[in-house]
Structures are given as structure tokens and as C-alpha cells.
Design a protein around this ligand. Structure first.
Ligand SMILES: [Zn+2]
Length: 449
């Protein structure tokens, strides 16, 4: 078995890994590097149509051209997407045409999000699409034998996220991006500990693991804690004449549910504004996973949004605005409101709640600094970090390793700095660096007997 760590092994983003078993190659994830093209997700103002060439030029795509060099490209039988975040899915629309013989495999929600993106970007893929439900199995007939894929439900920060266990004639490969062990999720079930234990008993050869917060000595708290934070933050806004804006990750349907649940208690009408919110909520509705659909009004077109914000300006206490732009992305709704580019002019006593934390990348940090300065000048009340991460920390990782007992561990989803603490943890658990725990880099191939 050979593993090519294509992308996401030197940065947070553009996750992509390929596994070769004899003459068959399976790709896991095809994500985009968001800081390079932050506006693809959030841009409301312009209708950018991106293409493979321009995205490659700015380093937004994983460099899967290495597969040509290794002679793997024509052997790719499937591209499996673990969940619907853009750093796992966002490059697929631009890369899939390179693998026309490969089918795209994902859960219903992930596939629905892909379809929304393809529609928005006006891209047609010829690849066959196969929808696999959580906790089910799919057998792929490879040229050198059967490959059995098990999709195991896990908890993270969007809907229908799965671990993938791939059973082959050369052993079992386990792909664990992204996850945290959340025993009290707001939507969906807790993780399948028994299933993971059973897989561990049957034997795992290689574990590729989300190491992003392996340096944090804790478990990541449950989304239930975030729900309490949201309740507390929203209930503190008492001025019925002030504007109230909440911003969060568009893909975080559980978080949006909490915002709507406590938003209803404010007596304000709840309006969702922004294209990416629209995409994810539409996908959730399509797969029957949007419990708050009837409680909200969605708006995505600029003209419609601006006309509506004129009404909000005159009667600001009547509405709760849920919008995109939590990273202060240029051109996002929140950015435009803060810069007075819409009819709604924020003033003293208005409220903004950030159900997010700043993604620690200089682009985001600087953008948010500039936004906060503007808000302070206007006297707007800000509540920030009303948020709990969807990525597990060191103790979540320890638990997964105990359950799976893999022979080899490969940290993924970060820079060297973010991946190294997992190597340390593995060392404490008896793994030997260079023998059974491995640091990789983008484009490298690791071989296993
Ligand atoms: Zn994710």
C-alpha cells in the first residue's frame, strides 16, 4: 500500500490524499485553500467564475499533478469526500475532470453541497456520483480486487460527516478527517465508539488523522456548550430598538439551529443573508436535515438584500440578521454593512455576535482587526468567540488511537507545527517516529509493506 499525501500536510486547507493498492488508486478529499480565495465562498458583490488554471496559479488547489508524475492518474477509481467543508470538497469541481473514470462518493448532504457549488459555478462534471449513507458499506470492484469502503458516522461541525475505513487485499486504510468526539451533538447522533472498537479489533494498517489541534491539551467541548454560549450571548441583547446581527459558519447547520432557536425568543423576525448560507441551508433542506426551515427567510441577491436592509434601517429592532462574513471577508454582507455600503448604517448600541473564532491566518487576522476598528468607532457592541471548535484536540486523538490501534499513524490537516504534537502523543503511546508514526509533506509518497 502506498499513500500520496497530496495536500493539507503543510497548511490548513486543500486536503487531499491518494492511496494506491496494486493498480487501483482511491482519492480522499479534494479541498481548496481558503485564504487564497476567501471570496469564492463569501463574495456577494461579484460573480467570480474561477477556473482550474487561475486557482492553480494562486495556490488554491492541491497539487494533484504529482499523480501524473507517479503514473497514478489513470488508475484513480474513486474520489471519496468525507464531509462538506470547502477545504475538503472545494477543489473537486476543478479537478474531477482529470479522473473521468473515477466515481465521486459522498453522503447525501455532502453531495447536495457539491451540486449547489457546481450549479453556482456553472460546472458540469461527467463523473458518476454515488451517494452512500452514513454507517453503510460500498464495495468497489478494482482492477486488482475488491475494495470495501465503510462510512462510519462521526461528529464534527457540519452534517453527515464520516470516517472512511477502506478494506483492501493489502490491509485497512482509515481516513479520519475531520472530527471531534461530541457526545451531545445538537443535530445527529454521537460517534460510533463500538463500531470503531470493532474496526480496531479487526486491524487497521494506516490511520490518517486530523492533527490540527493535537497541541491543545484538552478534549474539544461539545456543540452543546456552544449552544449554551449562543443562548447566553443572544439573551444579553435587551435593547429592542437596536440592530442585532449574528454571523457564523454557513456550513454549521447545528449552530444555525441554536441561533434560530434562541432568535425566536427575541421576538425578532429571522433573516438569513448571503450566498454561502443559502447554499448550505438549501442542501440541508434537500436532504431533510434543516429543522428550522420554516422559521427563517433567506435572501441571497444583492438587490433584494439592499432593498430589505433599507427596511431594517428604519425598524432595526424588528429583525435578527444572520449573515456571512465572520472572518471579515471582503465583499461579504457583514463587511459591506460595516463599511456603510448598504442602506443599513450601524450606530451606537447596535449588536454583532460572532459565533466563530478568527481562523489563525494573517489574512483573516488583519481583516478582522480592520473590521473591529470600524465597529468601535461606531460604538457597536461586539461579542466574539461565541464558539466551540469542530476539531478534536489531543485527548480526542488519544481516544481514537486507543479505539483503532492502527499500525501506522500519519498526522494531517496542518503545518508541521500543528502535526508534530500528534507525533509526540503517538510517541507517548508507543509509536516510533519514522517506523510507525510518519510526518509527510505535500506530494510525498509513503510506502508500507
Ligand atoms: Zn471540516
Amino acid at each position: 500500500m502506498e499513500v500520496c499525501t497530496i495536500g493539507g500536510f503543510e497548511q490548513v486547507g486543500k486536503n487531499m490524499t491518494a492511496v494506491k493498492i496494486k493498480d487501483d488508486v482511491i482519492i480522499f478529499d479534494a479541498g481548496i485553500y481558503l485564504p487564497a480565495i476567501i471570496e469564492i465562498q463569501e463574495e456577494e458583490a461579484h460573480e467570480h467564475i474561477y477556473n482550474e488554471k487561475s486557482l492553480r496559479r494562486i495556490g488554491a488547489l492541491p497539487d494533484d499533478l504529482v499523480l501524473d508524475k507517479y503514473g497514478w492518474t489513470s488508475k484513480v477509481k474513486a474520489i471519496v469526500i468525507g464531509h462538506a467543508h470547502l477545504d475538503h470538497l472545494g477543489a473537486l469541481p476543478y479537478l474531477a475532470h482529470r479522473y473521468p473514470q473515477a466515481e465521486i462518493i459522498a453522503t447525501p448532504f455532502t453531495m447536495a453541497v457539491l451540486d449547489e457549488i457546481l450549479e453556482g459555478e456553472k460546472i458540469i462534471l461527467k463523473n458518476r456520483k454515488r451517494i452512500i449513507k452514513e454507517d453503510s458499506t460500498y464495495v468497489l470492484n478494482g482492477s486488482s480486487g475488491q475494495i470495501k469502503m465503510e462510512f462510519v458516522h462521526t461528529t464534527h461541525s457540519t452534517l453527515q460527516c464520516v470516517f472512511i475505513a477502506m478494506h483492501t487485499s493489502e490491509g485497512t486504510f482509515f481516513y479520519a478527517l475531520d472530527f471531534k468526539f461530541d457526545n451531545y451533538p445538537v443535530i445527529g447522533d454521537p460517534p460510533r465508539y463500538n463500531k470503531l472498537r470493532e474496526l480496531g479489533r479487526r486491524g487497521i494498517k494506516i490511520l490518517v488523522l486530523d492533527a490540527l489541534y493535537s497541541g491543545a491539551e484538552r478534549r474539544t467541548p461539545s456543540e452543546r456548550i456552544a449552544r449554551n454560549l449562543v443562548e447566553d450571548a443572544m439573551s444579553s441583547v435587551r435593547d429592542r430598538k437596536a440592530a442585532m446581527i449574528v454571523t457564523t459558519f454557513s456550513s454549521h447547520i447545528s449552530r444555525l439551529k441554536s441561533i434560530v432557536d434562541f432568535g425566536k425568543k427575541t421576538g425578532r423576525q429571522i433573516i438569513f443573508i448571503g450566498r454561502s448560507l443559502n447554499k448550505y441551508v438549501t442542501a440541508a433542506v434537500k436532504v431533510g436535515q434543516c429543522p428550522f426551515k420554516k422559521e427563517i427567510i433567506m435572501m441571497k441577491y444583492r438587490k433584494q438584500v439592499d432593498a430589505f436592509l433599507k427596511k431594517v434601517e428604519k425598524d432595526r429592532g424588528r429583525y435578527l440578521l444572520v449573515c456571512t462574513g465572520h472572518q471579515a471577508e471582503p465583499g461579504s454582507i457583514l463587511d459591506r454593512i460595516v463599511k456603510d455600503e448598504t442602506p443599513l448604517k450601524l450606530r451606537e448600541g447596535d449588536n454583532i455576535i460572532f459565533c466563530s473564532s478568527v481562523i489563525p491566518d494573517p489574512v483573516n487576522i488583519n481583516a478582522r482587526d480592520r473590521m473591529d476598528k470600524r465597529l468601535r468607532k461606531k460604538g457597536v457592541r461586539i461579542q466574539t468567540d461565541v464558539h466551540v471548535s469542530g476539531h478534536g484536540a489531543r485527548e480526542d486523538m488519544r481516544d481514537l488511537v486507543i479505539l483503532l490501534k492502527p499500525k501506522h499513524i500519519i498526522p494531517a490537516h496542518g503545518t508541521l507545527q500543528q502535526e508534530t504534537p500528534l507525533i509526540e502523543l503517538a510517541g507517548e503511546m508507543g509509536y516510533k517516529f519514522g517506523e510507525t508514526s510518519h510526518l509527510s509533506s505535500n506530494g510525498k509518497v509513503l510506502k508500507f509493506d
